[in-house]
Design a protein around this ligand. Structure first.
Ligand code: FAD
Ligand code: SIN
Length: 537
């Protein structure tokens, strides 16, 4: 057991965590980034379509604001939308300075993708590997910044707050409930370490692994959300789960994304009869916002009983597709599909969490010292449905604003607390029942997919809630009976997240944006956020 001290702890090494750490380190603070796998493993690394920002002469902020508000279906915070949209060009310039080489047209102008819900071409991209290019550039900048320590294979487990310390009998002078550090599990040394710092930035990304089919990699287990919830922070709008309409259909559980930018270049969705069905659902056809397209596909699949629909981009020449979408072309080819000649079998898959840990425009949560940015947070930008390519944008803008706010906080925050108590293990025996973990994980994913999916009903939600409560009890017992390990810690967090999604979905007695329920098919006259917070002892 070791105890290390920093000015700022950052959990996560995706676009949000890395951007924030770089800004913080530039102020001279000592920053430590903890990341639970290899440094590049993140949702960011898989982002394809790009990052939305107004950069062309024919576009303007008002249009980007309007498109974001339209997609958000009455739930966005307009002030937040305006701020993020207008800060975008400056943050894009910083990415370029960090070495992100956005794709260009032959005449030297930046190439802009178009995606669903956008009235203009405004998505900057690096072919179809935008996230990887951003991740590599930011990691390189972090590696040469002396004020940053990056620790891989460190899984943050729980925040340490002054209230938690006081409740466990520790003498705490401060009467305000603040973050004072965290416990993290060293995956390679198999031990729990204590980190002391007056500030923790949660940038742990999304929750895709709570669903059976998701475009998200295995890191997306909602750890930051569960940690914030356990510490008593406010969580919002968890019912707004974005299903991406077009993931490659294969017989396994992995869902490789087929970027919306492919539809932006003219791809058409067809049912198994070959009919271009989107015109029956929305006048914007294949480029309608994601919630509409995902529901349309779900409806076509349910009507016909087919396991997928088709995406048709065979109207484009092979050379152009290979050049514009190299990773998509290759992934399809590996599955025996030449997208220039064959239709692509696609299905919706869980993709993005629009709700999260509630923050203001400075990335501050309601617990002093606790900040959140990126997919784990809920700023009010996305409302009930995120506009495509607005999440990478939100992460860089909020990382910048968060760094300014943390710098100010550190000037008045109390001295870091010394000698925090070590982690208390429930039991130190290794589990001889690991099958409980794999079985419960699989059951959780099936439950969420079957009962808390694209189209919901109150009966399905109640059924899911009963099962999740039962899983929670089983995992709680397991947690106290055996030595902790990553799979247990992640499953415990995912069950917490599932419970939050269901509880917010049950609160919302209307259909809005990504939350569609057959029992309340209409929109309520006023848009009200769903809020949950753990009752503290
Ligand atoms: P992530 O990039 O997910 O980073 C989270 C980090 O936290 C990881 O390093 C992870 O290992 C670490 N972590 C998690 N838990 C812990 C823990 N307990 N302890 C330590 N470390 C932890 N958005 C767009 O705007 N445009 C796109 O084109 C786009 N395409 C996408 C394509 C795909 C396939 C996917 C999955 C998402 C896409 N998105 C896109 C969404 C976007 O990529 C994400 O919302 C964004 O990258 C999230 O960034 P982040 O930094 O918040 O989280
Ligand atoms: C995509 O490329 O379709 C994903 C874009 C996003 O999630 O914003």
């Amino acid at each position: 057991m070791s105890q290390a001290q920093y000015d700022v702890l950052v959990i996560g090494s995706g676009i949000a965590g890395l951007s924030f750490a770089l800004k913080m380190a530039a102020t001279g603070r000592k920053v430590c980034i903890l990341t639970k796998k290899n440094r590049a493993e993140s949702n960011t690394n898989y982002a394809q379509g790009g990052i939305a920002a107004v950069t062309s002469q024919t576009d303007d902020f008002e249009l980007h604001v309007r498109d974001t508000l339209n997609a958000g279906d009455g739930m966005c915070d307009e002030d937040v939308v305006r701020r993020i949209v207008s800060d975008a060009p400056e943050r894009i310039q910083e990415l370029i300075q960090a070495g992100v080489a956005f794709s260009q047209l032959d005449d030297g102008r930046v190439s802009l993708h178009r995606e669903g819900g956008h009235s203009k071409r405004r998505i900057l991209h690096v072919q179809d590997i935008t996230g990887k290019a951003i991740e590599q550039a930011l990691l390189h900048a972090v590696e040469i910044q002396p004020n940053i320590t990056l620790q891989e294979h460190m899984l943050a487990v729980d925040l340490i707050t002054s209230r938690k310390l006081a409740l466990s009998g520790y003498r705490v002078a401060d009467t305000v409930n603040r973050v004072v550090g965290l416990y993290a599990y060293d995956v390679q040394q198999h031990r729990m370490d204590t980190f002391v710092a007056p500030v923790v930035m949660l940038s742990t990304g999304g929750v895709g692994q709570v669903y059976l089919y998701s475009t998200n990699p295995s890191i997306a287990t909602g750890d930051g959300l569960a940690m914030a919830y356990r510490a008593g922070a406010e969580i919002r709008n968890m019912e707004f789960i974005q299903f991406h309409p077009t993931a490659l259909f294969t017989h396994g559980e992995d869902r490789f994304l087929i970027s919306e930018a492919v539809r932006g270049e003219g791809a058409i969705l067809r049912n198994l009869d070959g009919e271009a069905f989107m015109e029956r659902y929305d006048e914007r056809k294949d480029l309608a916002p994601r919630d509409i397209v995902a529901r349309a596909i779900d409806s076509e699949m349910k009507k016909s009983g087919a396991p997928h629909v088709w995406l048709d981009i065979t109207n484009k020449p092979e050379a152009e597709l290979r050049e514009k979408f190299p990773s998509i072309f290759a992934a399809c080819e590996t599955n025996g599909i030449n997208i220039a000649h064959d239709y692509i079998p696609v299905v919706p898959a869980m993709h993005y969490l629009c709700g999260g840990v509630a923050t203001n425009m400075n990335a501050e949560t309601d617990i002093p010292g606790l900040y959140a940015c990126g997919e784990v947070s809920c700023t009010g930008l996305h409302g009930a449905n995120r506009l495509a390519s607005n999440s990478l944008l939100e992460a860089v803008v909020m990382a910048h604003r968060g760094a300014e706010a943390v710098d100010a906080y550190l000037q008045t925050a109390p001295e870091a607390m010394q000698d925090l108590p070590p982690w208390v293990e429930g039991d130190i025996t290794n589990s001889d029942e690991r099958v409980v973990l794999t079985h419960n994980w699989s059951e959780l994913k099936h439950t969420m997919w079957d009962y808390v999916g694209i189209v919901r009903t109150s009966k399905r939600l109640r059924r899911a809630q009963r099962r999740v409560k039962q899983l929670k009890t089983e995992i709680h017992e397991y947690y106290w009976n055996f030595k902790v390990e990553p799979a247990l810690l992640e499953l415990r967090n995912l069950i917490e997240v599932a419970d939050m999604i269901i509880s917010c979905a049950m609160q919302r007695q209307e259909s809005r944006g990504l939350h569609y329920t057959l029992d309340y098919p209409r929109k309520a006259p006023v848009a009200v956020p769903t809020v949950i917070r753990r009752k503290m002892g």
